[in-house]
Design a protein around this ligand. Structure first.
Ligand code: HOZ
Length: 425
């Protein structure tokens, strides 16, 4: 496989862009390669500047649940574009998208649209602090809630991938306001709550973490968080930036049957354009400006073109069989990988929910961040390189998840299964 043009572009990019990229997790640094520069995408495939074709399981890190250049989305975007790209004034599309999200996720009574998942979590946290009058936030080691100061403490995703789960540049005062607990360990949460009575505004959690690899919640963990928060007057925030409209039309909260107080969204609700959102209980959301005194704003928030892509995406997803098919395809692939590794005696742990899945090379089940850190990252690197050579594009990190789209075909899945067999001998 030739990657000459990509390598040249990366050298050129490094002269003007820090690290040659606009998001560190895209740098391929952790797998010891130069990033692949993409020329175009169509359906389940992406094509790089050297003319290589890949079956894509990254899907722009989650948003492209309908695959690349989905016709319904492209048509909706073209139509919106013809009427203007941005007004900084309300448009009907914003209401339609908000109504669709409310209908799909009953815990959302009021919503604010923003431009990214990071903005959504930052807004939700500010609202939680404003509503409760408390300053501390509790997060889980290895969960990633975007590139914002108070949450870049023991953060997953690119921060962990590059070995920097605590970012420099975050003032100690912010770190002091961020309490940590272990995912799937309710006792560790109780301990923090008991040590800081009446001080915690919110517990923020990826209900199904996807940024330390993918980990499933154990029975009773999220419902335990719900009861604890209710008892202590703490708000429960579900970060569904990754899982929203991905594991199910109603997100992880629908599948797991837990109602958070606030939810953050991103990725799928923008259909490949920069959209985020946060919302939840009306009494909390009414503290947000202009209704209340918690300020939050953005010139491009609710951008008409981005919103049109989101509406088109959700419209397609609303069809009944979409999630059953996505889930069936994801679980087929996971089972192929499991049974191959079993035959070869390669230790493997897998998880899957709807159109999201992940794996770790590990003997031991992976329940939380410390477990994830102990998995065999060296083996992941070798596997990643081999899959890339075989035309399968995975996230370049052992601490991310993989995504199925409605565009993946049976042929794609079989080709991927073959590549897995060849890559794991
Ligand atoms: N939330 C994404 C990873 N899980 C970030 C992707 C990026 O930074 O490009």
């Amino acid at each position: 496989m030739k990657l000459q043009q990509s390598v040249q572009l990366f050298q050129r990019a490094r002269q003007s862009l820090v690290g040659g990229v606009n998001s560190p997790v895209r740098a391929f640094k952790s797998v010891g390669l130069s990033p692949v520069f993409i020329q175009k995408g169509k359906g389940s495939k992406i094509y790089d500047v050297d003319g290589n074709e890949y079956i894509d399981y990254v899907g722009s890190w989650g948003p492209l649940i309908l695959g690349h250049c989905n016709e319904t989305v492209i048509t909706a975007v073209e139509k919106a574009l013809a009427s203007g790209t941005s007004f900084g004034a309300p448009t009907e599309g914003e209401i339609v998208l908000a109504e669709m999200i409310k209908e799909a996720v009953p815990s959302i009574e009021l919503l604010r649209l923003v431009n990214s998942g990071s903005e959504a979590t930052s807004g939700a946290i500010r609202a939680a602090r404003g509503y409760t009058g408390r300053d501390k936030i509790l997060k889980f080691e290895g969960c990633y809630h975007g590139s914002i100061d108070s949450l870049l403490v023991q953060a997953g995703s690119g921060a962990t991938t590059l070995g920097k789960p605590d970012s420099d540049g975050v003032p100690q005062a912010f770190v002091d306001l961020t309490l940590l607990a272990e995912y799937n360990n309710l006792d560790s949460v109780v301990e923090q709550v008991e040590s800081h009575p009446g001080e915690i505004a919110a517990v923020i959690v990826e209900p199904v973490p996807g940024n330390m690899g993918m980990i499933l919640p154990e029975h009773g963990f999220l419902s335990g968080l719900r009861s604890l928060c209710d008892r202590e007057g703490i708000l429960l925030i579900f970060d569904e930036v990754m899982t929203g409209f991905r594991v199910d039309y109603g997100g992880a909260q629908a599948l797991l049957n837990i109602q958070p107080d606030l939810t953050t969204f991103g990725k799928v609700i923008g259909g490949g354009f920069p959209v985020g959102g946060y919302g939840g209980r009306q009494d909390i959301m009414l503290t947000v400006a202009p209704e209340g005194s918690v300020y939050q704003a953005g010139t491009l928030s609710g951008n008409p073109v981005a919103v049109a892509a989101g509406i088109a995406t959700l419209t397609v997803l609303k069809r009944n069989t979409v999630y059953a098919d996505l889930s069936e395809n994801s679980s087929w692939l996971v089972n192929e990988m499991k049974s191959h590794c079993q035959k070869k005696g390669i230790p493997l742990q897998c998880s899957q929910m709807g159109a999201m899945f992940g794996f770790f090379f590990s003997e031991k089940p992976v329940r939380h961040y410390q477990d994830a850190l102990q998995t065999d990252v060296g083996q992941f690197k070798v596997f990643f390189k081999s899959m890339l050579q075989a035309g399968i594009y995975l996230a370049p990190s052992a601490f991310e998840s993989l995504f199925m789209s409605t565009a993946h075909t049976e042929e794609d899945l079989e080709k991927t299964a073959k590549a897995i067999q060849q890559s794991l001998q």
